[in-house]
Write a protein that binds this ligand. Structure first.
Ligand code: SAM
Length: 244
C-alpha cells in the first residue's frame, strides 16, 4: 500500500492536535557563501533587520512610518516583497526568511555591489532573518493588516504534516496578530498541501474563506516558486482568507 501523503487521520479527519515543535525543518544554510553574499549578510542585513521596539510599536521600525503593517512568511528570493514595497508606499513589509541564500538574493536585489554599507535602502521594508513563528509570537495582538504565505514548503508526507505552516495549532498564532478583517493570502502548487489547506480551513472558525481560485488574483506579484511550478506543469491554488 502506498504512503498516505495527505496528513489526514485514520478517519479521514485532521490528525490529533499535537503542537508543531518550534524547530525548523527546512535548510537555513546552503552552499558556502561567496564574498559578496557574506558582505550582504554582515553589512547590509543589519541595516534592514527588523528590530522590534515593543514600547513604540512595530510601525516605528520603518521610515517614514507607514500606515499599515504587512508580513511575508518565507519570502524566498524576495521578488514578491520587492514588487509589493514598490507598489505600496503606505505599507511597511516585514519579509521573513531563514535560508541564508534566499536572504542574500533578496538583499542583492536592493543593494548594488560595493554599496552594502552606503546604498540607500527602502524605508518600507524590513527583514526578519529568523523563524517567522517567533516574529508572530512577538508582534502585538491585532497589529498586522496583511499576511502572505506564498508557496510554503509543502511537506507532503503524512508523517511530516506537523511541519506545515498551515496547521490547526498555528492558526491561533496567526489569528492573534491579524486585525479583525485583515487578509491572509496563501498559495500552493502542491496537491497534497492544497487539499490540506481546504481541510484545515474548512474546520476552523477564525477565518472566512473569501476566495479560492486557480487564477492568480490581481495585485499578487508572481514568485520564483510559482514560476517554477507553472513551468513544470503544476497549477497553483490561491486562497484569500479574512480574519473574523
Ligand atoms: C518553497 S520556498 C517559497 C519561497 C517564495 N515564497 C516563493 O514563492 O518563491 C519556502 C521558503 O520558506 C522559508 N521558510 C520555511 N519555514 C520558515 C519559517 N518558519 N520562517 C521563515 N521562513 C521559512 C524557506 O526557507 C523557503 O525559502
Amino acid at each position: 500500500m502506498g504512503e498516505d501523503r495527505s496528513g489526514a487521520g485514520p478517519e479521514g479527519g485532521l490528525p490529533p492536535l499535537k503542537p508543531p515543535p518550534d524547530r525548523l525543518y527546512g535548510r537555513a544554510r546552503g552552499y558556502k557563501l561567496r564574498a559578496r553574499q557574506q558582505k550582504l549578510l554582515d553589512i547590509a542585513l543589519p541595516r534592514l533587520a527588523f528590530a522590534p521596539d515593543l514600547a513604540s510599536g512595530p510601525l516605528c521600525a520603518f521610515s517614514p512610518r507607514p500606515s499599515k503593517l504587512w508580513v511575508e512568511v518565507g519570502a524566498g528570493s524576495g521578488e514578491h516583497a520587492a514588487a509589493q514595497i514598490a507598489a505600496h508606499a503606505e505599507a511597511g513589509l516585514i519579509a521573513c526568511e531563514v535560508f541564508e541564500n534566499g536572504i542574500c538574493s533578496l538583499l542583492s536585489r536592493l543593494v548594488p555591489e560595493g554599496g552594502e554599507a552606503t546604498a540607500s535602502l527602502p524605508g518600507n521594508l524590513r527583514l526578519w532573518a529568523d523563524d517567522a513563528r517567533a516574529l508572530l509570537r512577538l508582534l502585538p495582538e491585532s497589529s498586522v493588516d496583511l499576511l502572505f504565505l506564498l508557496f510554503p514548503d509543502p511537506w507532503p508526507k503524512a508523517r511530516h504534516a506537523k511541519r506545515r505552516f498551515v496547521h490547526p495549532v498555528l492558526l491561533p498564532v496567526v489569528a492573534r496578530v491579524l486585525k479583525p478583517g485583515a487578509e491572509w493570502r496563501v498559495a500552493s502548487d502542491d496537491p497534497t498541501y492544497q487539499a490540506w489547506v481546504n481541510e484545515v480551513m474548512g474546520t476552523q472558525s477564525l477565518f472566512d474563506m473569501l476566495q479560492h481560485t486557480r487564477e492568480r488574483p490581481p495585485g499578487w506579484p508572481p514568485t520564483r516558486y510559482e514560476t517554477k511550478a507553472l513551468r513544470e506543469g503544476r497549477t497553483p491554488v490561491y486562497w484569500n482568507l479574512r480574519r473574523r
